[in-house]
Design a protein. Sequence first.
Length: 151
Amino acid sequence: MNIGDKAPDLLGTDQNGNEIHLSQYAGRKLVLYFYPKDNTSGCTAEACSLRDNYKQLKEAGYEVVGVSADSASSHQKFIEKHDLPFPLIADTEKKLSELMGTWGEKSMYGRKYMGMFRTTFILSPDSTIEKIFLPKEIKTKNHAEQILKTK
């Protein structure tokens, strides 16, 4: 997906088994952030940055939805442990991740494996992609500030 493309209405199922649709956020911008794994250091830092700045994000007109390939029960524990105020989509079949281009081959210490690329999409109120933060651009501890500066 690229800037100017429309995101799909059905994003997936959250930690409670509820379907999440973009149409639920009509009239608001959406921070749709993809992250590799619940309860890892970088992913926790990113989620906590968004949590700690959630009020400012909401005041700036944003809603927040996280996405990883973790299970709904893993997401529930992650939300409870870190008191996250936004839903997390359990993209266990990688449907949304593959569609958005955030799932693919990664490499660590010469070993290749499939995984999630940390990526954030800023969607306009009409579901159009306005901005994309690529993996090397995201500063996990200050991600909310990065988003707020894009206004």
